[in-house]
Write a protein that binds this ligand. Structure first.
Ligand code: NAP
Ligand code: HSE
Length: 428
């Protein structure tokens, strides 16, 4: 057997401790699969005294992750601290400069700095792998980079934030409003330290931007993503959507169009009977479509110690085996700039609004939609909420631009009470 691969792990929280646990549980199995032993030589975290549920005996300790990343007895640096900048980025840069390969679960860092880090690593013939950064335990980076390498990817879709899916499905099953379920999720410890990362769609957007880069051979361009969170989704919308046979999901979609790369992370209606529509709780799902393979659906745990550490170990074992893949599936210098699409692919929309209950109000709304070239598929006025009348409209396919113009024009009719809610209906 060849020389061991020596690991330095920075970050011993949920994921880091999970990686230590896997290596302690299956050393022989892993060594056999990797073709060489894999050993932890040094670790780093903020607190040396914290009980992490696993023994750290025999590992050297470094307070400073940059020092850990540059140690002579570390071949592979594993960054599991998190944060887009700060110690995570500084230590990864130091590891690359010191000639180490890198494995990370840090989607925020890669979404913002992935291109420069990949170029720096590849210029020195080193690799950065990040399976754990997208959809936790689901091997989607591998699926796109390797399994589907022979396909032109036509669409990437996914529910990639478990917390948001938990909130949306719990609202529906318990009939509870957003604020109450958000508080529940917080009490259960599901939310990131900054909850906006979850409910604002940012965390899921980071993940989608990484998949889009691999799928379309483009530089990661998180800044060009059309981003909207779940904060404005009401129990009323969830009920109305269910009544029509839909579920509301925080859905990411990336597709290359004639007008550029479309990247959207936003609440969408999907058919309740589709795989995405049936996804419950904190589970993730990624749907990949290729011209030769058709549609592939991957489902599994998107977070947690075991699933995320499982993905980290897949990268570690690949590197131990000598697999040398480019970070984003092709040399970083060959990735094209990702020109953001000027407008999204057209789709039907769900529109919910409250109208003042007087003659001609509905006719005015219908006229505005007609003037914007938007055709109505279904429309109903349900119940009465004096002095307003709730109205639900499902449009035929239209563009977001046309819809936004129509909504602006509706505001000038004098028959709206409050702002309409518009949610895209995605064909999945
Ligand atoms: P976590 O539980 O908060 O652990 C973070 C670890 O980093 C802690 O051990 C902390 O030390 C250490 N740390 C923070 N700042 C440090 C510094 N300046 N120097 C040394 N150590 C430092 O985080 P996590 O949930 O394991 O997440 C780690 C990474 O995995 C993040 O990028 C996250 O986005 C990603 N990820 C997590 C999951 C998940 O399910 N948790 C899923 C997918 C991806 P102390 O313990 O001493 O405070
Ligand atoms: N906050 C993330 C989620 C953790 O809820 O999916 C995994 O990235």
């Amino acid at each position: 057997m060849t020389a061991p691969l020596r690991l330095g792990i920075a970050g011993l929280g949920t994921v880091g401790a999970g990686v230590v646990r896997i290596l302690k549980t299956h050393p022989d199995l892993i060594a056999t699969r990797a073709g060489r032993p894999i050993e932890i030589t040094a670790v780093s975290a903020r607190s040396r005294d914290k009980d992490r549920g696993v023994s750290l005996a025999g590992f050297a300790w470094e307070d400073d992750p940059v020092k850990l990343a540059t140690r002579d007895d570390v071949d592979l640096y594993i960054e599991l601290m998190g944060g887009s900048d700060g110690p995570a980025k500084a230590s990864v840069e130091a590891a690359i400069a010191a000639g180490k390969d890198v494995v990370t679960a840090n989607k925020a860092m890669l979404a913002l700095h992935g291109q420069e880090l990949a170029e720096a690593a590849e210029a020195r013939d080193h690799v950065i792998r990040f399976e754990a950064a997208v959809a936790g335990g689901i091997p989607v980076v591998k699926a796109l980079t390797e399994g589907l390498a022979g396909n032109e990817i036509t669409r990437v879709m996914g529910v990639m934030n478990g917390t948001c899916n938990y909130i949306l499905t719990r609202m529906e099953s318990a009939g509870l409003p957003y604020d109450e379920v958000f508080a529940e999720a917080e009490a259960l410890g599901y939310l990131e330290a900054d909850p906006t990362l979850d409910v604002g769609g940012i965390d899921a957007g980071h993940k989608l931007s990484l998949l889009a880069s691999i799928a379309y051979g483009t530089k990661v361009n998180f800044g060009a993503m059309d981003l909207e969170g779940i904060e404005r989704i009401s129990i009323e919308d969830i009920r109305q959507a269910a009544d029509m046979g839909y579920r509301i999901k925080l859905l990411g979609v990336a597709q290359m169009t004639g007008r550029g790369l479309e990247q959207r992370m936003s609440p969408c209606l999907v058919p309740a009977t589709s795989p995405l529509g049936q996804l419950e709780g904190g589970t993730n799902m990624v749907v990949l479509e290729g011209d030769a393979v058709g549609q592939i659906v991957l489902r599994g745990a998107g977070a947690g110690a075991g699933p995320t550490a499982s993905a980290v170990m897949a990268d570690v074992i690949d590197i131990a085996r000598g697999t040398r893949l480019s970070t984003f599936g092709q040399p970083a210098t060959a990735l094209r700039p990702a020109r953001g699409a000027e407008a999204s692919v057209s789709a039907p929309y769900y529109l919910r609004m409250a109208l003042v209950d007087k003659p001609g109000a509905l006719a005015k709304i219908a006229a505005v939609l007609g003037d914007a070239g938007i055709s109505i598929d279904r429309m109903r006025q349900y119940g009465h909420d004096e002095p307003t009348a709730p109205v639900l409209i499902v449009t035929h396919k239209t563009t977001k631009t046309a819809l936004d113009e129509a909504i602006a024009a509706m505001g000038k009719t004098g028959v709206l009470s409050g702002d309409p809610v518009a949610i895209r209906i995605e064909e999945v």
